[in-house]
Design a binder for this molecule. Structure first.
Ligand code: IMP
Length: 186
């Protein structure tokens, strides 16, 4: 792909992960507002709209991502509120909410939205990775809820094994689908 591909985000961890399987991506470090909605897709589209208003790159492909953690026993909480909840109560707060809870199923979700200026369309892709919430924090790599998330069929948290994370993460799945779609249309 010879077009410029700009991932608009202020989160360096996301960029570092995405670049490992999508090296053409360049970061545009702009903090985007997050509307309140239960839909990752709706939030991603609103972020994309704001990014397009702020960026004057007529020929480039502008991409944004919205992601979060859904915990089954908490009816999907923190979900689309993951960033805000993380700032308020962090992993410790989630572990407290999950104290004595037997059902520890959870999944990470990532939605990526891209604007294609040629025909003015928006493409959206989604990735999900299922697993469990641990009893305590483990590992110090990664970011956000990585220390309390163990993917299905593996013994380690995402914060203990970033190489494993990048082989099966929600982010890898959403961005790989996006890369494929872009390759097909550009
Ligand atoms: P947003 O996509 O910028 O709204 O961020 C969502 C929030 O979900 C982040 O601030 C993290 O707390 C959490 N999150 C999203 N993706 C991940 C991940 O890959 N690992 C750990 N936490 C994540």
């Amino acid at each position: 792909m010879r077009r410029k591909l700009f991932f608009v985000t202020s989160n360096p961890h996301k960029v570092e992960e995405v670049k490992q399987f999508f090296p053409e991506i360049q970061q545009l470090n702009i903090e985007l507002k997050e509307i309140r909605s239960d839909s990752f897709e709706e939030i991603a589209k609103a972020k994309l709209q704001e990014a397009l208003e702020k960026i004057d790159e007529k020929n480039a492909i502008i991409l944004v991502e919205d992601a979060g953690l859904e915990i089954e026993a908490l009816n999907g909480f923190p979900g689309t509120y993951s960033a805000w909840v993380y700032k308020k109560i962090g992993c410790e707060g989630i572990l407290k909410l999950m104290k004595d809870e037997k059902n520890r199923k959870a999944k990470f979700v990532a939605v990526v939205s891209a604007y294609i200026p040629d025909n003015e369309i928006i493409i959206t892709t989604k990735g999900e990775t299922e697993g469990y919430i641990t009893e305590e924090k483990r590992g110090n790599k990664g970011f956000g809820y990585d220390p309390i998330f163990v993917p299905y069929n593996y013994p380690v948290t995402f914060a203990e094994d970033p190489v494993l994370k990048n082989k099966l993460s929600h982010r890898l799945k959403a961005w790989t689908k996006m890369k494929k779609k872009l390759t097909n249309i550009l």
